[in-house]
Design a protein around this ligand. Structure first.
Ligand SMILES: [Zn+2]
Length: 747
């Protein structure tokens, strides 16, 4: 029986016995094994094949329901022989029959290779055929327990290689649950590779959500190996993956080229290995890595493997480090320590891409940032790229949280004006807000919408700095303790400073600038808000913990490590986007004073800020504190004649003048909106009556009462009845006041 199938069954038994610490999802599996080892191969092959096909079909019909389809018919040779037996997807029971018949017939037929694997000359009579639901995997992972997690695209992007050589590696120091299970199953962690698959649900927007990407996933293989293939940091200046299986140097006399990742090429290489390649042959596999099936087969036969087309016959190559090789004709190669600054260009490229392709879940790249600093375990250039994207994420994520919290400004801070809200609305404009939030009434109070806005519309560097500084100003106001305030201000300042150091590093890639940038990145990574971890509004803390302490990386929930893969993929295939320039709006906003807002109420402004203000609701227009409090002299009318807050304020103004004489101590300023003549006449009468009442009570009128009276005369109609109040008020004016009153009063 095949090792693959047996190991999977052992794990399933462990789970079924409630004895598994890992409890990974597995797929329903049915299988038929062909001839047991030690039993002779039957003579009547055709009958045997048909019996086995029928046995498998009966199991398939019994085990799978319509929603398990399509299925995957997998060949499991007794000893792994990648490339010889083709596994396929089946969409109907008829296809299962066809594929099973083809695989079993091949296994039972004579080996066509020049030097067959078995003495009896049959291809694989002791193998197994397995059927499982087909997972259209978007990523797969090969895990070497207590060593590493290596991920690649599709069902087999790691082991079969992929054209982009796109893999993502994480260190795995130890996963206790996994080790417990392997021990119970009597498997040696050093001789097992665990394979997982993941199918991303939804499109690239999966990275732009408030939680880690949704996935279907399963543990699909516990594959026996001859020992883990090494992954180690590349030494300075070395970029070619390869392995000489213990030899320090090789001189190339023959080359076997594996030109692509097809089964045909793999099969051809396998045959050649089995037949015995000439001495001093090297296998070149330009689309592979030293972790591919190909490298594994070369390992088995002791043939050097290099994932490149560069090597030529006659050259001498040196194993520079585990998994890395370098051309070294004079044999003097001395490894130099890794230096992240060698990959500054890739770092900057990654930064620029990440900066304008922000996604909340890219914080999963934290480990790669720390690998970049300390030594990458996979390709150093790609690691530098991810690190750059992660630093961009730190800035954008801080901006998101800092910007999003501003939705509470009007309700949870004191003494802001409507200018902040109007600015926020104006920055992106009502149309974009409506597009993202589907809310045409007013600026959203939903924080995820603020985050989406920044994901949807990248900004220029200057605008990000400007917006962070705008947020810092807002956080300088007094905030209630569980919202905004000092900690947000500090977090935004850290992000701003980080961006400034990145800019300095881009201008001059000096060691000093590099260190400054790292220090600021570290500060920003530790940003906190009032309740703890700054980014927990959309990212699990484990994502960042995996960076700062890689011993925490484990296999307890595979979608976590696959999230690292999807984050890497998201930035890897992205291109820099044009940033929006917010500076004109930010500059306009900071030029507007409270006095300006008093002169021209905000919704009546004929500019972008006025337009933004008209997209605010009454609470946003009248924030907490003195400018929004109708009982405070500093109250700022918003200028919207339908606003009930301003309506209440007007009522209050009128009441404060006309009611109890003793209560009148404050302004009787009467900026009544124009309603109608009769109403106006009544309102004016009330004010005049109130002023007269003050005179009667012997209370001093405010210094500018004459100005107000002139205003009332000019703007309003005075009823006959009110004239006696006017006479009384005027009699109380000083000579100077009287002169000025006459001057101000028209006609
Ligand atoms: Zn108002």
């Amino acid at each position: 029986m095949s090792q693959k199938y047996q190991a999977l069954q052992t794990y399933q038994d462990l789970k079924d016995g409630y004895d598994s610490s890992t409890n990974w999802k597995t797929q329903a599996t049915v299988a038929v094994s062909l001839v047991p080892v030690g039993v002779s191969v039957p003579n009547n092959t055709d009958t045997f094949v048909e019996e086995k096909v029928a046995e498998l079909l009966a199991k398939v019909e019994d085990a799978f329901h319509y929603n398990d389809w399509p299925l995957f018919v997998r060949a499991c040779p007794l000893v792994p022989r990648p490339g010889v037996l083709e596994s396929s997807r089946a969409d109907s029971i008829k296809e299962v029959r066809t594929i099973a018949r083809r695989i079993i017939s091949t296994m039972m037929s004579p080996d066509t290779s020049d030097s067959p694997m078995y003495e009896h000359g049959i291809t694989d009579p002791h193998g197994t055929v397995m059927v499982q639901p087909f997972v259209k995997a978007t990523a797969s992972a090969v895990v070497a327990p207590n060593n590493y997690i290596l991920m690649g695209p599709s069902n087999d992007g790691v082991t079969a290689g992929n054209a982009d050589k796109f893999t993502v590696a994480l260190p795995l120091q130890s996963c206790q649950r996994t080790n417990n299970d392997l021990k119970r199953m009597d498997m040696n962690p050093d001789n097992i590779e665990i394979e997982f698959v993941s199918e991303l649900q939804g499109d690239e927007s999966a990275m732009r959500r408030r939680e880690m990407p949704h996935q279907r996933w399963a543990m699909v293989q516990l594959r026996g190996s001859e020992g883990h293939r090494p992954i180690a940091p590349a030494p300075k200046g070395v970029t070619i993956s390869g392995t000489f299986h213990g030899a320090e140097r090789i001189t190339i006399k023959h080359i076997h080229l594996v030109s692509d990742n097809t089964d045909e090429q793999l099969n051809k290489m396998e045959d050649a290995l089995r037949e015995g390649m000439p001495e001093d042959t090297v296998v070149l596999h330009p689309t592979g890595s030293h972790l591919s099936h190909h490298a594994g087969q070369c390992f088995k036969y002791g043939v050097p493997y290099i994932a490149s087309t560069e090597p030529k016959v006659g050259e001498q190559w040196t194993q520079a480090a585990l998994g890395w090789v370098v051309l070294d004709n004079d044999g003097t190669y001395e490894p130099q320590p890794y230096d992240p600054l060698d990959f500054a260009d890739q770092f900057i490229t990654g930064f620029n891409v990440g900066f304008t392709n922000y996604g909340r879940q890219q914080g999963w790249l934290s480990n790669h940032f720390h690998q970049f600093i300390g030594g990458p375990i996979d390709d150093p250039a790609r690691t530098a790229y991810y690190a750059g994207a992660y630093v961009a994420w730190l800035i954008n994520a801080s901006l998101s949280v800092g910007f999003g919290e501003l939705r509470h400004l009007h309700s949870n801070a004191q003494n802001s004006t409507a200018l902040a809200g109007a600015t926020i609305a104006a920055l992106f404009g009502k149309d974009r807000w409506v597009e993202v939030t589907k809310c045409s009434e007013s600026l959203t109070g939903n924080r995820q919408s603020f985050y989406m806005m920044l994901e949807e519309f990248p900004l220029t560097t200057e605008s990000v700095i400007g917006l962070l500084e705008f947020a810092m100003k807002c956080y300088s106001l007094p905030w209630s303790s569980s919202y905004g305030g000092e900690k947000y201000k500090q977090s935004c300042a850290n992000a701003r400073d980080l961006l400034l150091t990145v800019n300095a590093f881009m201008d001059e890639q000096s060691e000093e600038n590099f260190k400054d940038m790292l220090a600021k990145a570290n500060l920003t990574e530790h940003n906190v808000h009032n309740g703890g971890f700054f980014f927990n509004k959309f990212l699990t803390k484990r994502a960042l913990d995996w960076g700062t302490d890689s011993s925490l990386i484990d296999l307890r929930f595979p979608p976590e490590f696959f999230s690292v893969y999807y984050a890497a993929e998201d930035v890897y295939y992205a291109k820099p986007r044009e940033g929006m320039d917010l500076m004109p709006i930010l500059d306009l906003s900071s030029s507007i004073t409270v006095a300006d807002l008093r002169t021209t109420p905000i919704t009546q402004r004929q500019d972008a800020i006025g337009e933004g203000a008209r997209y605010l609701n009454r609470y946003q227009l009248h924030p907490n504190g003195k400018y929004g409090n109708v009982t405070n002299n500093a109250f700022l009318p918003c200028g919207d004649n339908k606003c009930d807050v301003c309506g209440a304020w007007n009522e209050k103004q009128k009441a404060s003048v006309s009611s109890s004489v003793l209560a009148i101590t404050e302004s009787y300023e009467a900026n009544f909106p124009v309603v109608n003549d009769e109403q106006q006449k009544k309102d004016t009468a009330k004010v005049l009556k109130g002023m007269a009442a003050m005179v009667n009570a012997g209370k001093p009128l405010p210094d500018n009462a004459h100005v107000d009276l002139a205003f009332l005369f000019n703007e309003n109609m005075i009823s006959t009845e009110s004239h006696k109040h006017v006479a009384l008020i005027i009699s109380n004016f000083t000579n100077e006041q009287l002169q000025e009153f006459s001057k101000l009063k028209e006609d």
